[in-house]
Design a protein around this ligand. Structure first.
Ligand code: SF4
Length: 260
């Protein structure tokens, strides 16, 4: 075990020490990126979005207690293989051809970790038969780096989905493990995407009162409206699903949710 992996933040447990998500992103990048290559665990076509060619990457800069992603999120050094942008593009194309679909995405972690890999992959997508690439992100790195939003806005086929985790700084720490100060980063990311005129929308678990209470939902909507009221109108509100990994992470965090 390396010194890095000994100090690496895994799933949350009661009494955890809040971490800086930018520091965790940098540590994660050291594990899951090598030059322009990035670790992926698998490529296939799940049924979401009506069928979408998906590359599942390793590693995230948050530790959401309701996260469904497999254990490569918490133990990225033990999972996945490195793929160059050309290799990842080739695997996505093969999956898409087999299913006769023209949309793609990266999921299974935080795709904005490894900026050079992502931008090189998007360059290939842009000049390919793919008609759409959905970038699912927690918005942390786009909030810390306005250039990231400008780079994404260059691609006409890229649509970004920013997934917000909480409506207040305290709830953000409870649910993601990140410091309360970092709560604002995804909102800065949204502002950066607007400024860059990128195609995007916002999602949040605000349809699930077990995860986002009524008052917290109101705070989140107010914060979004302070940036642009249209963000509230177009908000994608979702609920938590009881995946095995979600249930295990909730158990580790000492959180019990009622399931029907
Ligand atoms: S839910 Fe998304 S942002 Fe949260 S830990 Fe999982 S992959 Fe990361």
């Amino acid at each position: 075990m390396t010194a890095l992996s000994k100090t690496y933040q895994r799933y949350l447990e009661p009494g955890f020490k809040p971490f800086d998500p930018l520091e965790l992103a940098s540590k994660t990048e050291q594990i899951v990126c090598r030059g322009d290559s990035r670790k992926y665990t698998k490529f296939y076509c799940p049924g979401v979005y009506g069928g979408i060619a998906t590359g599942f990457t390793c590693g995230c800069c948050l530790r959401c207690i309701f996260c469904w992603v497999d254990w490569s999120r918490d133990f990225p050094e033990k999972h996945g293989l490195f793929y160059s942008p050309a290799e990842a593009f080739s695997r996505l194309s093969r999956v898409a051809r087999k299913k006769r679909i023209t949309q793609s995405r990266i999921s299974g972690a935080e795709p904005t970790i490894g900026k050079s890999h992502l931008l090189a992959l998007l360059e290939k997508i842009e000049y390919s038969p793919f008609r759409l690439f959905i970038l699912e992100t927690n918005g942390i790195l786009i909030g810390a780096d306005p250039d990231y939003a400008r780079q994404l806005a260059r691609f006409k086929k890229v649509h970004t989905r920013v997934s917000l985790k909480a409506g207040t700084p305290e709830a953000f720490t409870e649910k993601t493990g990140a410091t309360p100060e970092s709560f604002e980063l995804p909102f800065h990311g949204i502002a950066n995407l607007i400024e860059a005129r990128a195609s995007f929308h916002v999602a949040a678990m605000t349809a699930d009162p077990r995860i986002v209470a009524k008052n917290e939902r109101r705070s989140l909507l107010d914060r979004l409206a302070s940036i642009d009221p249209a963000l509230v109108d177009n908000l994608e509100e979702e609920v938590v699903d009881p995946y095995y990994t979600t249930l295990e992470r909730l158990r580790h965090a000492g959180v019990s949710l009622p399931w029907d």
